[in-house]
Design a protein around this ligand. Structure first.
Ligand SMILES: C[S@@+](CC[C@H](N)C(=O)[O-])C[C@H]1O[C@@H](n2cnc3c(N)ncnc32)[C@H](O)[C@@H]1O
Length: 339
């Protein structure tokens, strides 16, 4: 038996739980933060659980940390001392690896220390053990989650925890003159799916306005054809590599094999979106990549996702489906066009 803390985007924990229940018999789940963070008990070893998650990664599970130790919270200075002692006694875990300390909490926790204080004390303990702490690309993460009365402590690699950000809440710097927050979705997709956007040459952006995604693709050096009945931000006119078509995507046609990347963020009925994307597949080269958001309608989101994927699989291979931190009522698909 092992215990874990799972995190989903706010309001989507029930879907993450449903996905987990489907693949793990005998799982027990209790809520820690409503709609977002939950504690899981599974009749599996750590290795078997990690292996299972790797093979069936739930779309709505944004982050998972093992619970290696549980510390009762007293609500006083002893708490940080006890946590420091726990880490000090785990010297072996810190040997020869760089470690990041992540701290999260439920509202109303009795643990009296701030994230900054907790982290600086634990960073000092880890350094005292002769090991290095880092926030950038750590080899392992020491994750601490403060519940109301208990601290849950676990170690894992970023890949095991599904993210190298606390709780999977990845943040990007807001830029001056940023066209839309939507840009963060594509930036996150690039990292989450290990894509290198600059390796593509010719992109088609469907549902492009106001142009956050188009802007990122132009910044990465691609030629971009953007299609949207709405206007793109005027600043994009400065890019000679941009072709802007102020049209409905169903009214445009392209020569076969024109694009090696399709991005589509239409916030539209999922089935209509799938139909429209399939109409454009001839315009894509074999092996072209597609990054597509699926808007979640109110009814049966998991079924909608399965239906859309099944439809797209007539022309694409699904690489990954994930609700990213920057997705709101949607998920993101990473697909590759069949040869
Ligand atoms: C969420 S916004 C896209 C945001 C964009 N990714 C960005 O980064 O700025 C959705 C866009 O899809 C467009 N859209 C909806 N249906 C469309 C269609 N059939 N053809 C083209 N664009 C469409 C809307 O006009 C809207 O501008």
């Amino acid at each position: 038996m092992t215990e874990w803390i799972g995190t989903a985007n706010r309001g989507f924990a029930s879907l993450a739980m449903e996905e987990l229940r489907r693949v793990i018999n005998g799982i027990k789940i209790t809520q820690l933060t409503a709609g977002e963070v939950f504690r899981i008990e599974v009749p599996l070893s750590r290795e078997d659980m990690l292996d299972l998650l790797q093979r069936n990664e739930p779309i709505f599970l944004r982050h998972i940390q093992p619970i290696d130790r549980i510390l009762p919270i007293q609500g006083n200075a002893d708490d940080l001392q006890a946590l420091s002692d726990l880490v000090r006694h785990a010297r072996m875990r810190c040997e020869n690896v760089t470690t990041a300390v992540h701290y999260r909490r439920v509202e109303g926790t009795r643990f009296p220390y701030s994230a900054a204080d907790t982290k600086s004390v634990l960073d000092a303990v880890i350094m005292e053990l002769g090991s290095e702490t880092t926030m950038q690309s750590p080899e392992q993460i020491l994750s601490i989650f403060a519940g109301v009365d208990e601290l849950y402590v676990g170690w894992g690699t970023p890949a095991e925890q599904l993210s190298d950000w606390p709780g999977g809440a990845i943040r990007f710097q807001r830029e001056e003159g940023q066209i839309s927050r939507a840009k963060f979705k594509l930036l996150e997709a690039e990292r989450a799916f290990k894509l290198y956007l600059e390796e593509f040459r010719e992109a088609l952006d469907i549902g492009a306005a106001p142009g956050g995604w188009t802007h990122l693709l132009l910044e990465r050096g691609l030629r971009v054809t953007s299609v949207d009945p709405a206007d793109l931000h005027p600043s994009l006119k400065a890019y000679p590599r941009l072709t802007a078509m102020k049209k409905n995507a169903s009214d445009v046609k392209f020569p076969p094999g024109t694009f090696d990347l399709l991005v589509c963020d239409m916030s539209w009925s999922p089935m209509q979106m799938a139909k429209l994307v399939l109409e454009k597949t001839d315009a894509l080269r074999d092996g072209a990549t597609a990054i597509i958001t699926i808007k979640l309608m109110h009814k049966k989101p998991l079924q909608t996702i399965r239906d859309v994927i099944a439809r797209l699989e007539s022309s694409f291979q699904l690489k990954k489906a994930k609700q990213l931190f920057h997705n709101r009522d949607e998920i993101t698909l990473y697909l590759v066009k069949n040869n």
